[in-house]
Design a protein around this ligand. Structure first.
Ligand SMILES: [Zn+2]
Ligand SMILES: [Zn+2]
Length: 389
């Protein structure tokens, strides 16, 4: 535990800098793939502390890879930073805290890396909220050679394990034929009707689905004027499920619904997958329980709700399929009704509650990494679980 006391003190020593970084991100919210100021600020901080930094990692301009430690490490642990914000709500998902917390962990453990014979990385992951930057980073091979990946997400509860829904996004366009809606409707082909029928078909499908399935969409183009038969209409849908097999099955059935709408109206359908496929979360219980022990050592407790309920999707799922990964959550406030993607959450993430949470996250992450570096048997257990499940 002596080593861990040192780690906790090391976080406290850089607390002012971490809080300033978090507040800066909060005051300069940037959307997915536009996080230029954030990436600049975070990489400058890491460079100033002697980290070797690769900007634009994996071919994404606002991604980065920072590393410190020995040349031939016995283990390499990655802390993942997110730093994108939400349209109109700013940092309502608290990604400013994720970035500052992960960097805090890396800075705290850095002085001990020579003794431990290890390497830490901070992987700057853009676009969690839209597009899934980590999926591109996984494909670019950034996670090859990493023994474990860790990040803490602020939330309304301290939780260890939460499933994530696999997800695909689909865009459909219908092409019809315009005509005068009163004088010659019989000469038109109504693309808007194809969109409306798509929703009707999907609503019928929805009733026959498993509980974990989610299909939801918006109309992005519905025509120009009531007196013109719309020759063009478009919609976007998200399709989600707990596992990839069911997701692929749903995707086929959604496509059939859209094709049927085209058939019924005579419009032509064009469909495109938007972005990459989000994968489900693969748990690593051994790694999660190390985190839990550290959380409890600092006087906090886990407040776990059912693992497979109240779920979203995250590109952390894709990371978890290629490397042992945990993404526990820490309560941002003591009010469970303050949930992410709300104005109240954004406000808390930019104030004292956010500061407290990010410093706790940094300590938890650094202590858990220390567990892995200090005892190869623990890391082996984590790896074995990863390969077994
Ligand atoms: Zn979010
Ligand atoms: Zn988030």
């Amino acid at each position: 535990m002596a080593f861990k006391d040192e780690i906790v003190k090391a976080v406290d020593r850089v607390a002012d800098e971490l809080v300033a970084t978090s507040r800066f991100l909060h005051q300069h919210p940037e959307l997915a793939y536009e996080e230029r100021e954030a990436a600049q600020r975070l990489t400058a901080l890491l460079k100033g502390r002697g980290f070797e930094v690769i900007e634009g990692a994996g071919g994404l301009p606002t991604a980065f890879l920072a590393r410190a430690g020995v040349e031939r490490p016995s283990a390499t642990i990655a802390f993942l930073a997110e730093y994108d914000a939400l349209p109109s709500l700013g940092h309502a998902c608290g990604h400013n805290l994720i970035a500052a917390g992960s960097i805090g962990a890396a800075l705290a453990i850095q002085p001990f890396l020579t003794t431990l014979g290890g390497q830490v990385q901070v992987i700057g992951c853009p676009a969690e909220e839209k597009g899934g930057g980590k999926i591109a980073l996984v494909k670019a091979g950034l996670f090859a050679g990493i023994d474990a990946a860790l990040l803490v997400h602020p939330s309304n509860r301290n939780e260890l394990f939460k499933c994530a829904l696999a997800m695909r996004a689909l865009r459909v366009e219908f092409f019809g034929k315009s005509s005068h809606a009163a004088a010659s409707p019989h000469l038109g082909i109504n693309a808007l009707d194809a969109v409306l029928l798509s929703f009707t078909n999907l609503n019928a499908l929805r009733q026959q689905l498993r509980d974990d399935a989610r299909i939801h969409g918006v109309i992005t183009d519905g025509g120009r004027a009531p007196n013109i038969i719309p020759d063009y209409a478009a919609a976007r849908f998200y399709i989600r499920a707990l596992n990839l097999d069911y997701l692929h099955d749903l995707h086929r059935r959604v496509v059939a619904c859209l094709e049927a709408a085209a058939q019924a109206t005579g419009a032509r359908a064009a469909m495109d997958d938007e972005g990459e496929e989000y994968h489900p979360m693969k748990f690593n219980r051994a790694l999660g329980h190390l985190f839990q022990a550290n959380l409890e050592a600092l006087g906090e407790r886990v407040d776990q709700t059912p693992e497979d309920q109240d779920l979203g999707s995250t590109d952390v799922g894709n990371v978890s399929q290629v490397v042992p990964t945990i993404q526990p959550t820490l309560a941002l406030t003591d009010r469970p009704e303050v949930v992410c993607h709300t104005a109240a959450f954004a406000e808390a993430a930019g104030g004292p509650a956010g500061d407290r949470t990010l410093l706790l996250a940094a300590k938890m992450l650094a202590m858990t990494a220390l567990d892995l570096f200090a005892d190869p048997a623990r890391l082996r257990q984590v790896q074995e679980e990863f390969h077994r499940t």
